[in-house]
Write a protein that binds this ligand. Structure first.
Ligand code: DX5
Ligand code: ZN
Length: 228
């Protein structure tokens, strides 16, 4: 269960990038609170997606929309500034990347951008706990990062539950985000465990009506939050 506001964030990686303008409009009209933007460098993950230009383009196309940028890159400290200047509202950096997470988080926050700390499925929560005061959100990966369309790893659920308990106990204002294999059913499981930001790519974009899909995911999550 969570007392934080529920946020649905379609991942642009799942959209039809050949029609980026139309897709940006479709997301804006869907009622989704945020847009998730996956940056992959071919080093930190074995795939290359897009870079800072995608953030700049989405900022231009989507006006005030909240851009939640997920840096799956080896040196987030080196590029953070460029992404902030391009229009990122939140930068999620990986604990496992080659940098000092505390320093990177502090410098992102200093520039007025929201901070997110992302954890791969196998990364233990205890490594993130000392960094929570520097974070606005904790991103618990529910697949190994690098590709859309992978199956949800339910073994991450206990980590989400433990994170929510620690956050409540520490009395810090930290959101919990989940990313990978999120559909209505797994969204409900994550929210019942304490997540409140739902990133979803292939599931949402495979639905015929994005607005209905976003609404249905929010309803499933709200119901799970009441009963969970
Ligand atoms: C995976 C990315 C995800 C991806 C999710 O490495 O971080 O944001 O877009 O895609 P689905 O929802 O298809 O698992
Ligand atoms: Zn992502």
């Amino acid at each position: 269960m969570t007392n934080r506001p529920l946020i649905v964030a379609p991942s642009i990686l799942g959209a039809d990038l050949g029609r980026i303008e139309a897709e940006a409009k479709r997301i804006q009209e869907s009622g989704a609170e945020w847009v998730h933007v996956d940056i992959m460098d071919g080093h930190f993950v074995p795939n290359i997606s897009f870079g800072v230009n995608m953030v700049r383009t989405l900022r231009r196309l989507m006006g005030e929309a909240t851009l939640d940028v997920h840096l799956m890159i080896e040196q987030p400290d080196r590029y953070a500034n460029e992404f902030i200047e391009a229009g990122a509202d939140c930068l999620n950096i990986h604990l496992e990347a080659r940098h000092q997470s505390a320093r990177t988080l502090a410098s992102i926050r200093e520039k007025g951008c929201r901070t997110g700390l992302a954890l791969n499925p196998a990364t233990l929560l205890k490594h993130a706990v000392p960094l929570l005061p520097l974070c606005d959100q904790l991103l618990c990966m529910t697949v190994n990062p690098g590709f859309g369309g992978q199956p949800f790893l339910s073994e991450v659920l206990p980590k989400i539950r433990e994170a929510r308990e620690i956050i409540l106990r520490q009395n810090v204002q930290v959101d919990i985000s989940v990313d990978g294999g999120i559909n209505n059913e797994t969204a409900a499981q994550c929210v019942a465990s304490g997540a409140n930001i739902l990133v979803s790519g292939s599931y949402l974009f495979s639905q015929p009506d994005l607005t209905k899909a976003v609404t249905a995911m929010r309803s499933a999550a709200t119901a799970a939050n009441v009963s969970g």
